[in-house]
Design a protein around this ligand. Structure first.
Ligand SMILES: Cc1cc2nc3c(=O)[nH]c(=O)nc-3n(C[C@H](O)[C@H](O)[C@H](O)COP(=O)(O)OP(=O)(O)OC[C@H]3O[C@@H](n4cnc5c(N)ncnc54)[C@H](O)[C@@H]3O)c2cc1C
Length: 468
């Protein structure tokens, strides 16, 4: 598609994962793509104010990794070569979730383990090298500009050290994350507000880097211990990241937050549903202070349901859907959404060259379909907690039983686990489970679950070893 530019200038609000990936796909179709980022330039892979979650463990799932590899040929290989950990989800993850350990086997489902700051920095490096893209730091977007008829966004109001500026654009993309003001701006312009779905979680992450103890011999690259809802609400994970460090992140729901003190952090780890993380880190040397980040809720905005929506304006990334981070899907969803934006603009360019009419609505509709699976999966699990604030609907109890039994089943049946990882890593939809052999085994397991209590049904006690 390169060299077949059909549109003029795109402006992107926010220079984090969604904004950078958005810039990459739009560079195929726009003469000029300007990314406006409020934070000043960091000069390296450092945490910054606008992305406070950058200090905490982030995994990029298989589908996200594939998008990255396609958009930036050679980048993933380069990151492995420079210290990012290549991880096979089945072989290299010691994962205890919802009351049982998952089997260990070679799955072919890949993840990169590295810090979020480094990943973003590497992506930023590639995007800044694109001829069409201009990255401008220290620029805060304060509002949208509308045409005289009030139907099309024509640019943005920008504030920077140089003062205020009105920047014209043929397409404006809001990728400003959870703090996006798109809903407020649309309301102020007379479009009304999008419907909002929200699940109150009162979740907090506390993270700290450690140097692994010299004598520690783990057969994993990532260890995760997640709670079984609704009885347990604490979890944590250790990820091996670049520089041979461990990034240890603990989390707790509903105000049960992991402390940032030395003793408090360790004690919280000791009280997780399994002590394995505590046992790994108790002799490890902390390299940094522990830092906390609070996530009050997960949230989905239905821009696609708005009666009126302006032309030439799209919303992407956490600005639309901020998922519960525990499921590790946010950046993968950003990647898939950016790819979808590129595909949608590409089709538009073919069908109506030079015109973006209808693109905004078309994209938000398609995006809503993409988001519905991760959103429904995550929120269904979260609503198992009675403390979770959110709309409950008829049949939810049955869904909880079905999902819960399926998760247990994936601990004792490797084929089920394989399909579960395919879905979790967003390589496939729930149809991955629709295999006669799997359905029969699941039905038998589900039937048994009425008579045999949970601990006897799954490999609860000791972590399986990694395959040779
Ligand atoms: C604690 C935590 C852990 C997570 N763990 C994972 C994980 O393991 N795996 C995973 O895939 N995802 C994870 N996520 C989710 C992931 O961080 C997000 O999905 C992802 O960062 C969203 O990217 P984004 O670009 O949409 O928004 P953000 O990363 O939030 O970036 C928004 C950007 O917009 C800028 N901005 C905001 N307003 C303006 C403005 N008015 N003008 C100009 N710039 C503006 C900000 O400065 C920022 O740079 C986690 C999230 C949290 C909170």
């Amino acid at each position: 598609m390169r060299n077949t530019m059909r549109f003029g200038r795109a402006v992107i609000i926010g220079g984090s994962m969604a904004g950078l990936l958005g810039a990459r796909v739009l560079s195929d179709f726009f003469e000029e793509v300007i990314v406006l980022e409020r934070d000043p330039e960091t000069g390296g892979p450092e945490a910054r104010k606008g992305v406070p979650q950058g200090r905490h463990a982030h995994g990029l799932l298989d589908a996200g990794l594939q998008v990255l590899d396609t958009l930036f040929p050679g980048l993933v290989r380069e990151m492995y070569a420079e210290g990012g950990e290549r991880m096979d989800m089945g072989r290299d993850a010691a994962w205890y979730t919802s009351g049982s350990w998952k089997p260990r086997y070679h799955s072919g489902i890949e993840l990169i383990l590295c810090t979020r700051t480094w990943l973003e920095w590497k992506v930023r490096g590639r995007v800044s090298a694109l001829r069409q893209v201009k990255l401008r730091s220290g620029c805060s977007v304060e509002g949208l500009l509308l045409d005289e008829a009030g139907t099309r966004v024509t640019g943005v109001k920008v504030r920077s050290a140089e003062g205020e500026e009105l920047l014209a654009a043929d397409l404006v993309v809001d990728a400003a994350g959870r703090g996006s003001r798109a809903a407020n701006w649309l309301e102020a312009l007379g479009y009304g507000r999008p419907e909002e779905e929200k699940i109150g979680l009162q979740l907090a992450y506390t993270s700290r880097f450690f140097e692994p103890p010299a004598q520690y011999r783990g057969d994993w690259k990532m260890m995760a211990v997640f709670p079984r809802a609704p009885e347990e609400q604490r979890g944590g994970f250790i990820a091996r990241v670049e520089g041979g460090r461990w990034l240890v992140t603990l989390h707790g729901y509903f105000g049960d937050h992991p402390p940032t003190t030395d003793e408090g952090f360790l004690e919280f780890a000791r009280q997780l549903p399994k002590p394995d993380i505590y046992e790994a880190i108790r002799e490890a040397r902390p390299l940094t202070e522990a830092v906390m980040h609070k996530i009050p809720s997960s949230r989905l905005l239905h821009f696609e349901r708005m009666e009126r929506f302006p032309e030439s304006f799209v919303v992407l990334g956490d600005a639309v859907c901020a998922l519960n981070p525990v499921y590790g899907q946010g950046m993968t969803v950003c990647s898939l959404s950016a790819k979808l934006l590129g595909d949608t603009v590409g089709r538009q360019a073919e069908v109506s060259p030079g015109s973006l009419k209808g693109l905004a609505r078309d994209f938000q509709n398609k995006l809503a379909r993409l988001l519905s699976i991760p959103w429904r999966m995550g929120t269904t699990m979260d609503l198992k907690y009675p403390q979770a604030e959110g709309q409950r609907y008829p049949g939810l109890g049955l869904l909880h039983w079905g999902f819960g039994t399926l998760i247990d089943f994936t601990s004792v049946n490797t084929l089920a686990c394989r399909q579960f990882y395919e879905v979790m890593h967003m390589r496939r939809g729930m149809e991955a489970f629709l295999r006669p052999d799997l359905l029969a085994a699941f039905a038998a397991y589900g039937l048994k679950s009425f008579f045999v209590p949970f601990p006897q049904r799954a490999n609860v006690h000791t972590a399986p070893r990694a395959p040779a």
